[in-house]
Ligand binder design. Structure first.
Ligand SMILES: *Cc1c(COP(=O)(O)O)cnc(C)c1O
Length: 491
């Protein structure tokens, strides 16, 4: 046994912390240097890793060198390289040096700011950064702490959706006098709304049969029709149901469509239902004055969320949620256990963010967003968005000029939805599925797909931090090559 005053095993010894951290940073910076050499989509087969790693944990400590060697040999092949400049799938997950540094500081301090007293800076910086971010988006002061609202950082939009739905549910049930009325509550979304809202509604106890998916079509660019929403609401009221929640999207996941916020907001007001705006992807773009009009009508919403971890140079994870009346969130999610009681919370003069989220423990994410905003400045953040959009425009023009292809949905942001125009519609989906498969299995680039209005579209989401024009040009060459061979094969 060692003496009581001096431990011989020090997991956080300052010198080894410094040296080993440097080794990991060197490893990551080499990874970024070589990132274009890897096939973008991982080529491993399911279960590949258990064949490479021991089936139980080591008893004795291992060296960092050994561990990094395994990261290199066993983990890297199993990565799909989201930070590759040739990654055009899903929606990008932006990384940046500033985002990484912010993560390091967050992880380095490793404080747990569940209430104000547990780390005042964590709470106060979060409120300040949410106001900064809200002002960058020109949100009305009714969403800001400097006005009458407020915001919180969550890990994901899914979490923000669960919490806002819970707040809306409890607000409504209070009026209805009783939990048994939960079976009457109805949620409205479109068939393009992210599936996370269905999951969230189910999690807060809304019967899945009370989730309305308003149908969209290509004639309106897959955006939600306010008239259709109003009709559906009227029908539900006639059947004795209670409209609860309407979610509109700015930049839908399948095609980047935008729902008409101002008109939907009026419908929501008329029926007194909670109106949420999901701007997970395209919210970041609204810092550009020319794109801000997509947010017009936001003053009619009860809450809005967006993910800086998608397109705002902020490493995973980071979701901003603003609420006009935070008291509803707090009423729904607060807890007051004896072990956490303290004078600051007791006097109600501070924010306890544990009451704005699901978990108790929370990371100091604000540090990351703060570093990102300060290191880049609004000027470079706008530049980042605009250059992605201009690359997407260029790609869209390539596609539009080639008569073998068509743009399926007009582009609004940096997502281009296109396909090979089929001679006969029946074969179109299979043809485009094959094209995407050929591109992804080449390892040279990676895209994903969506099916809208029964049509299989290839989604080219431009916006990975390292993507430059030459990568987009190479992608277009690759698409042409693979299309050529596919069409030849058929003849
Ligand atoms: C990505 C995305 C989501 C889901 O975001 P998470 O943070 O992963 O939960 C929700 N809505 C839209 C429009 C998205 O693009």
């Amino acid at each position: 046994m060692g003496s009581a005053s001096r431990k011989t095993f020090l997991p956080l010894e300052p010198m080894s912390f410094k040296n080993e951290s440097k080794e990991v940073i060197d490893f990551i910076s080499d990874y970024y240097k070589n990132i274009e050499e890897f096939p973008v989509q991982s080529r491993v087969e399911p279960g590949y890793l258990s064949a490479k790693l021991p089936d139980s944990a080591p008893y004795c400590p291992e060296s960092l060198q050994d561990i990094l060697k395994d990261v290199n040999d066993c983990i890297l092949p199993g990565l799909t390289h989201w930070q590759s400049p040739n990654f055009f799938g899903y929606f990008q997950a932006n990384a940046s040096t500033a985002g990484f540094l912010g993560e390091m500081l967050c992880s380095g301090f490793n404080v747990v700011g569940f209430n104000w007293i547990s780390s005042p800076a964590a709470t106060e910086l979060e409120s300040i950064v949410l106001d900064w971010m809200g002002k960058l988006l020109n949100l009305p002061s009714s969403f800001l702490f400097s006005g009458t609202g407020g915001g919180v950082l969550h890990g994901s939009t899914c979490e923000a959706a669960v919490c806002t739905l819970a707040a809306a549910r409890d607000k409504a049930l209070k009026k209805l006098n009783g939990w048994e009325n939960i079976t009457k509550l109805v949620v409205y979304a479109s068939d393009q709304t992210h599936f996370t809202f269905q999951k969230a509604a189910k999690l807060v106890g809304i019967p899945p049969s009370n989730f309305r998916l308003i149908e969209t079509n290509s004639s309106t660019g897959f955006s939600m029709s306010p008239t259709q929403v109003a009709l559906t609401i009227e029908n539900d009221i006639k059947s004795g149901l209670v409209p609860l929640f309407l979610v509109a999207t700015i930049g839908t996941t399948p095609t980047g469509a935008v729902d008409p916020i101002a008109e939907l907001g009026k419908v929501a007001k008329k029926y007194d239902i909670w109106f949420h705006i999901d701007a997970a992807y395209a919210g970041s773009a609204c810092i550009c004055p020319e794109l801000r009009p997509y947010l017009d009508g936001v003053e009619l919403a009860n809450s809005i969320s967006m993910n800086p971890h998608k397109w705002f140079l902020t490493n995973m994870d980071c979701c901003c949620l603003w609420i006009k009346e935070p008291k509803f969130l707090v009423e729904s999610l607060s807890s007051d256990p004896e072990i956490l009681r303290n004078n600051a919370s007791g006097s109600k003069s501070v924010i306890d963010y544990k009451d704005w989220q699901i978990a108790l423990s929370r990371r100091f994410r604000a540090l990351k967003l703060w570093v990102v905003i300060r290191r880049h400045g609004l000027a470079n953040l706008i530049y980042h968005i605009r250059s992605d959009i201009s690359m997407a425009k260029r790609f869209e023009e390539f596609v539009a000029k080639d008569e073998r292809f068509e743009i399926v949905v007009p582009r609004k942001f940096a997502l281009v939805c296109f396909r090979i125009k089929p001679k006969e519609e029946v074969e179109g989906n299979e043809l485009n599925r094959k094209l995407l498969e050929a591109i992804n299995s080449s390892g040279k680039a990676f895209m994903t797909h969506a099916v809208v209005g029964g049509i299989y579209v290839i989604r080219c989401a431009i916006g990975t931090t390292l993507t430059e024009q030459r990568h987009v040009d190479d992608l277009w060459k690759l698409i042409q090559e693979k299309t050529q061979s596919l069409l030849m094969e058929k003849i």
